[in-house]
Design a protein around this ligand. Structure first.
Ligand SMILES: NC(=O)CCC(=O)C(=O)O
Length: 258
């Protein structure tokens, strides 16, 4: 499976400019890519106080845009996340499409990050992040969600082999980003495919280092701190053997974990 992580800078509160940027990155995409991944809140960035105006009504615009890209470029698409306006409030929502442009999954961030004021402007959700992409059992998580191994584990219990993470993770904690992702890969014996943004907004500088980890915690691809497409390749055929060698999922004792 050939992957491309679009490690873009996100224009603050300017969905049209960000759509143009994503289009431009797609035009430069290597034709052999199977799966493309975008970062968190790639349409608006963290312009949270203006979400009333710039959030996407029921995600309709983003869904049309992403579905069209997936079909036109014949790629599967983990569409980062966007601010989705609903009658209950604004969700931070990921959409996943197959290469025919069909919607496979919608997942909204479960844990709101108070350090970046999310709880003042966004609402959380309870849906799981599980989906199947190119025949692989997969799951999606959004940024701060990776700090909750107990939540991640619930996504892994039915044989998930690939975990997709989309983020706007600030540069000062990029060491946490890499360490947490590596831990999630090792403890769940899975591939972790993680796309972060670069650039800055009025309050934060974002750290890039989009990354792909294998199930032993090995780095298969890693981005810089600049805008770029980070390419990588994964082959999940070793996951079963690793899970047999160290049978973490069989050795769990959930009765102790209350
Ligand atoms: N956008 C986010 O959820 C950021 C999470 C973060 O920075 C962290 O340290 O956790």
């Amino acid at each position: 499976m050939k992957l491309a992580l679009l490690q873009i800078d996100v224009a603050f509160g300017d969905p049209e400019a960000n759509e143009r940027k994503v289009e431009e990155f797609f035009r430069n995409l290597d034709a052999s890519v199977d799966v493309v991944v975008l970062p968190e809140l790639w349409t608006t960035g963290y312009d949270l106080s203006r979400l009333e105006t710039i959030a996407d009504e029921e995600g309709q615009k983003a869904k049309r845009f992403l579905s069209d890209l997936a079909e036109r470029y014949d790629v599967h698409l983990v569409g980062g996340s966007i601010a989705k306006k609903t009658s209950d409030g604004v969700l931070n929502t990921m959409y996943v499409f197959d290469n025919k442009g069909s919607l496979l999954k919608e997942y909204s961030k479960a844990h709101l990050f108070k350090l970046m004021n999310e709880e003042k402007y966004l609402i959380d959700d309870t849906m799981d992040g599980k989906f199947e992409l190119m025949g692989e059992k997969s799951a999606g998580l959004i940024c701060y969600d990776i700090r909750f191994p107990e939540w991640v584990r619930t996504q892994m219990l039915e044989g998930t082999t690939v975990l997709y993470v989309v983020a706007e993770w600030p540069a000062p904690r990029i060491d946490h980003w890499k360490t947490l992702l590596k831990a999630r890969a090792i403890e769940n014996q899975c591939y972790v495919v993680a796309c972060n943004r670069v650039g800055a907004d009025p309050k934060n500088e974002f750290g890039g280092h989009s990354i792909i980890y294998g199930p032993w915690g090995d780095v298969l691809a890693e981005g810089s701190e600049q805008e770029e497409i980070v390419y990588g390749e994964i082959d999940t055929s070793n996951v079963e053997e690793i899970r047999t060698q160290i049978p973490i999922f069989q050795d769990r004792r959930p009765e102790l974990y209350k």
